[in-house]
Design a protein around this ligand. Structure first.
Ligand SMILES: N[C@@H](CCC(=O)N[C@@H](CS)C(=O)NCC(=O)O)C(=O)O
Length: 292
């Protein structure tokens, strides 16, 4: 079944399940900015109606993920229902047979690894526009289709933590608050980021700064509150994630960053599940209680 929106786009209902009195639903739609079919998931708390629209937390997942990892593993719905917050989880890259992938099939580039940027280099530049998708196209579709308000916050994990930080820092007028679990904080200085940026953006590192949270803090500062949780037993911590770089950049920019190192936790959704309620309550302060 297709529900026609104001945006002359059809969205196709894929699945739904009642959870903690709210609803988890998946949809497929044709993305204009990505040039392919995309699937996303939404959790709608039971209080969401046309008369009482709810704010939305956008969740950006990490390498290899789809809309399903967070929704199935994070354990977020009991608290999202209690707080009256919708959660939207997009996919992590454009998808489909016409979308190019890493030539060696590696997990850290191409499909499942869109890095929430707009690629400028062929062949990636035809479809890989996850920045525009997350910032503009998806919220417009969500707000035209569901009983939600235009109050938004953004969070994510690993590559998605990089996405949440960079998108939030660059669009402080569109979001209320930013959080991240185990984010890639300084992609210009780590192997995952250097591989992705070289391929998607080309060799000129000046163009990389627009998608590097530490560079963006240096050039833009950040007016929004930021919460970051990082496990100290995360196998990617030193080589890829570098939270100390974010802390220095935030300090220099006088940004409101709370970085919490969590002893014994790794990079998995067990870690996210352990602290997701803190992140939901953090965002609720700015989404539903007018702080900020
Ligand atoms: N060793 C992993 C690396 C990728 C990875 O750790 N992905 C993280 C995000 S960076 C994730 O959330 N994986 C999916 C999950 O745990 O559900 C693999 O090859 O799949």
């Amino acid at each position: 079944m297709g529900a026609r929106t104001d945006m002359t786009m059809d969205i196709e209902h894929v699945s739904q399940a009642k959870v903690f009195n709210g609803w988890h639903k998946q949809y497929r739609h044709s993305s204009l900015v990505l040039g392919c079919e995309m699937r996303f998931a939404i959790f709608l708390p039971s209080c969401a109606t046309q008369d009482t629209p709810v704010p939305v937390l956008y969740w950006l997942s990490g390498l290899t993920c789809t809309d399903e990892n967070f929704m199935q593993k994070a354990g977020a719905f009991r608290m999202a229902e209690e707080l009256g917050i919708a959660i939207v989880a997009p996919d992590t890259s454009p998808r489909g047979e016409s979308v190019p992938d890493d030539p060696d099939g590696a997990y850290d580039f191409g499909l499942g690894a869109g890095f929430y940027l707009n690629a400028t280099q062929a062949p990636w530049s035809e479809h890989y526009h996850m920045y525009d998708y997350v910032v503009n196209e998806l919220p417009a579709l969500i707000e035209a289709t569901f009983p939600v308000s235009s109050l938004r916050s953004i969070s994510g994990h690993s590559m998605g933590g990089h996405g949440a930080l960079t998108i939030g820092i660059k669009n402080a007028d569109r979001y209320q608050s930013i959080s991240a679990f185990s984010p890639i904080t300084n992609p210009m200085k780590c192997p995952w980021g250097q591989k992705a940026f070289t391929n998607y953006l080309g060799p000129d590192q000046d163009t990389w700064k627009a998608y590097d949270a530490c560079s963006l803090l240096e050039s833009n500062g950040c007016a929004l509150p930021i919460l970051v949780d990082q496990g100290d037993s995360d196998g990617f911590l030193e080589e890829q994630l570098k939270p100390e770089h974010l802390q220095s950049a935030a300090g220099a920019a006088q940004a409101q960053l709370e970085l919490r190192m969590q002893p014994g936790y790794d990079h998995s959704y067990f870690f996210i599940q352990s602290f997701i309620e803190d992140h939901l309550k953090f965002h609720a302060k700015y989404l539903t209680q007018g702080e900020g």
